[in-house]
Design a protein around this ligand. Structure first.
Ligand code: PHE
Length: 343
């Protein structure tokens, strides 16, 4: 084949391909044009390339050079067309770039409202001198019950109120063995873990998930979060407990919060109270508190004659719901972004 003939075919093809790439109005027609001209198997450029073999030997370098130029040119045109279509049909050139057009805001995720609340609580309690302690969510019965002065026959151990874990040991022997592990039902377990390892004074909070087999409704969920506080030192009193809770609540709710104690019972505190708070009207129950029971202090090797302590445990969902006027706890765990993005 003569060189001129080859070059003519090549030019003709380049013309047609250019026209089609430029005319393509959407991704589908552009892709059809790409397959027709640049298709790797049976594209027309591929056909022309086969013709290269028939070009006279002396002309081959020139033919090959031109072929490569055209190929490059078409690939460039194709990617420009791809960009143009992706841009909604606008060819962007340096001269019509307008820096004053507002940018497209990328959709960013953010922290879950419960996590935001936790961070804020950590911050406030940090200013009151409390550091964060952590404990496992899979807990042994010693830390969840025994060390907290909850005796074997206590109803708090009822299998209907706790998530005991079936392990190989408890499964064998037709369940004759008592369970050893459970999902912790309260963050008070962390008090024990901290006191076992540290000598007084102790000033910690612990925040995290707890589990109870409650049926989910507007105010119950089988998993929720608690903030536990523990202060052990010489001469700690109920007055300290009340003022810490009040300071804490006033910082969080940014209001003049009143704290009310109602007599209650927890095996690990004596005396024990339910903690209600009020501002702008209603009293709301946020959790339990009390003076650490001497039996608990003894269980971890402290001397109740030397030190005393206060402890409290509050529901974090409740705190967060009250702050934002959320009326159904289930909203937190539906993962519906229409709900979550409001916080
Ligand atoms: N652990 C208790 C509960 O989950 C709350 C509490 C914590 C009570 C600390 C007293 C002291 O209900």
């Amino acid at each position: 084949m003569a060189l001129a003939e080859f070059l003519n075919t090549l030019d003709e093809l380049a013309k047609q391909a250019t026209a089609q790439f430029e005319a393509a109005a959407d991704a589908v027609s552009l892709e059809a044009a790409r397959v027709e001209f640049l298709g790797a198997k049976s594209g027309r450029l591929k056909d022309v390339q086969k013709g290269l073999g028939q070009v006279d030997k002396a002309d081959k370098p020139a033919a090959g050079k031109r072929f490569n130029e055209v190929k490059q040119q078409l690939e460039t045109l194709f990617s420009a067309a791809t960009k143009r279509i992706a841009n909604g049909g606008c060819v962007e050139t340096a001269s019509d770039f307008d820096p004053t057009i507002p940018g497209k805001r990328p959709v960013l995720g953010h922290l879950h409202p419960i996590t935001q609340t936790i961070e804020e609580l950590v911050d406030i309690m940090g200013r009151l001198g409390f550091t964060v302690a952590e404990g496992p969510e899979i807990e042994d019965l010693w830390h969840n019950f025994d060390a907290l002065n909850i005796p074997l026959e206590h109803p708090a151990r009822d299998p209907l109120d706790n998530f005991y874990l079936a392990t190989a040991e408890t499964m064998s022997g037709q369940n004759k063995t008592e369970p050893k592990w459970m999902l912790r039902s309260q963050t008070s377990t962390v008090q024990i873990r901290v006191m076992e390892k540290t000598q007084p004074p102790v000033r910690i909070i612990s925040l995290g998930r707890v589990y109870r087999p409650d049926t989910a409704d507007a105010t119950h969920y089988p998993m929720f979060h608690q903030i536990e506080g523990l202060l052990i030192d010489r001469h700690v009193t109920m007055a300290d407990l009340k003022s810490i809770l009040r300071l804490f609540a006033e910082s969080f709710f940014e209001d003049d919060v009143h704290v009310r104690f109602r007599p209650s019972f927890f095996p690990f505190t004596e005396p024990s109270v339910e903690v209600d708070m009020s501002w702008a009207g209603d009293w709301i129950e946020f959790g339990g508190a009390g003076m650490v029971d001497p039996n608990v202090l003894r269980a971890v090797g402290y001397d109740p004659e030397e030190v005393s302590g206060l402890a409290f445990g509050l529901g974090i969902e409740r705190i967060c719901m009250r702050r934002h006027g959320i009326t159904d706890i289930r909203e937190f765990y539906k993962n519906d972004v229409r709900f979550l993005h409001q916080f």
